[in-house]
Design a protein around this ligand. Structure first.
Ligand SMILES: [Zn+2]
Length: 413
């Protein structure tokens, strides 16, 4: 039905894809051929049986043939331009016969597992597009279904709002209209700074030699920071927690994103076996947690989630979708610039660690659209640091350095 078509992926390539796909499903265990066959051909799986692309003059129709109705979410992304379709709550496979036609709008496609219950298909787009319609059509006689996504060419910046379509074909949420967007945007255009005191509740964080808990020290510091920041009425300050409560890392990121924060600052205090190590450190996100200190920190961070009885959700709906793909280079660049400025101010006021500017692949720094830094105020494993962190004078100095940096570089003063 598409104007131009080609045989598409060779069968061997497709089988390889399916095997990779199954390996990721199986996790650590590599499936035997028999198991693989069973998984591929077992009839419990929902299945994409055909992919069809119809190119019209300024729009493109992507039609997926399915063996049954399946709920899905779809959105577009930029840099590079892509159409993403996520299938929820089902294991999904692509039929071996699925061929892919080359068109003027779509260059290629690939698919894979996001989690046990989620599969993603990505189409590489040759031009900027927006989703005009996304529907699930059910054939009642055969109980098969089609997903039809209509893409329009656009020159506007890519809008990555997600459309969710339920298994009954009903649109659960659709892209916000301009009016709706106008209503939800806060009336204030003041930059929002989110302060995120680490740990809390059943997760105490590091514990000092005299028994002081990181969760308490960082909360006290964060509240002092909030207090001083709020003296600047050109900034809006939000906290991820103001009490002794446990908040998941993904939730902390979600809070910052929901406020469209201009900056997120996580506050922690470190602990290491070497009791002589002292000073404050500022972390920003790195692509690889190559820094071994950062890797250890990440391990501790994940452990605190597990200790608190939560699974580490690297791929939860809200954060996972975006984390995987969205270009966050600009956010990272901002984070790094801010981190450098912060260290240069802080070292005038308080003692810094040997390598005070570091990067690590920390979950809490991963908001793709919120520049984020994590400050380790010092080492609770060092008695002098532990004392300093609890002294009013030290706290005032540290708070002042951070507030000055924010006032100058975030509030644009
Ligand atoms: Zn911590």
């Amino acid at each position: 039905m598409s104007g131009i078509s080609r045989p598409g992926l060779k069968t061997t390539q497709l089988i390889l894809l399916i095997i990779c796909f199954l390996q990721s499903v199986a996790g650590v265990t590599r499936p035997s051929i028999a198991e693989t066959n069973q998984s591929i051909f077992g009839n419990r799986l929902s299945q994409v049986e055909s992919i069809e692309i119809v190119s019209l003059s300024r729009e493109t129709k992507v039609i997926l043939g399915l063996n049954r109705p399946v709920a899905f979410s779809t959105f577009v992304m930029g840099d590079p331009d892509r159409l993403v379709i996520d299938f929820e709550g089902v294991a999904l496979k692509l039929n071996g016969d699925t061929s892919f036609p080359v068109t003027s709008t779509i260059a290629d496609f690939r698919f894979g597992r996001l989690s046990a219950q989620k599969t993603r298909i990505v189409f590489d787009l040759k031009k900027k597009s927006r989703i005009a319609r996304a529907i699930l059509e059910q054939n009642d006689e055969t109980n098969t279904a089609s997903i039809i996504i209509l893409l329009n060419d656009t020159r506007l910046p890519v809008n990555s709002d997600v459309r969710h379509v339920g298994v009954n074909g009903k649109i659960v949420t659709k892209r916000k209209t301009k009016k709706e967007v106008a209503r939800v945007v806060p009336v204030t255009h003041k930059p929002v700074v989110v302060i995120d005191p680490g740990h809390g509740g059943i997760d105490p964080g590091a514990i000092g030699a005299d028994g002081k808990k990181e969760k308490d020290i960082v909360l006290q510091f964060a509240l002092a920071l909030k207090n001083d920041l709020e003296k600047n009425d050109r900034i809006v300050v939000k906290m991820t927690r103001e009490n002794d409560e446990f908040i998941k890392l993904s939730e902390r990121v979600a809070i910052a994103r929901s406020h469209r924060a201009a900056l997120m600052i996580s506050i922690h205090a470190d602990s290491v076996p070497q009791s002589y190590v002292r000073g404050a450190t500022v972390y920003s996100l790195s692509d690889e947690a190559s820094d071994s200190v950062g890797a250890e920190l990440e391990r501790q961070e994940s452990r605190s989630e597990i200790l608190a009885g939560f699974d580490v959700e690297q791929n939860n709906d809200f954060v996972g979708d975006i984390l995987i793909d969205l270009a966050r280079r600009e956010t990272e660049a901002h984070s790094r610039i801010f981190s450098n400025l912060l260290v240069s101010q802080m070292k005038k006021k308080i003692r810094m660690s040997k390598n005070a500017t570091r990067s690590a692949d920390l979950m809490v720094l991963r908001a793709p659209d919120v520049p984020s830094v994590l400050i380790e105020l010092g080492y609770l494993s060092n008695r002098d640091d532990e004392k300093a962190l609890q002294s009013v004078a030290w706290r005032q100095n540290a708070v002042k350095a951070i507030v000055d940096t924010i006032n100058r570089h975030v509030a644009g003063l």
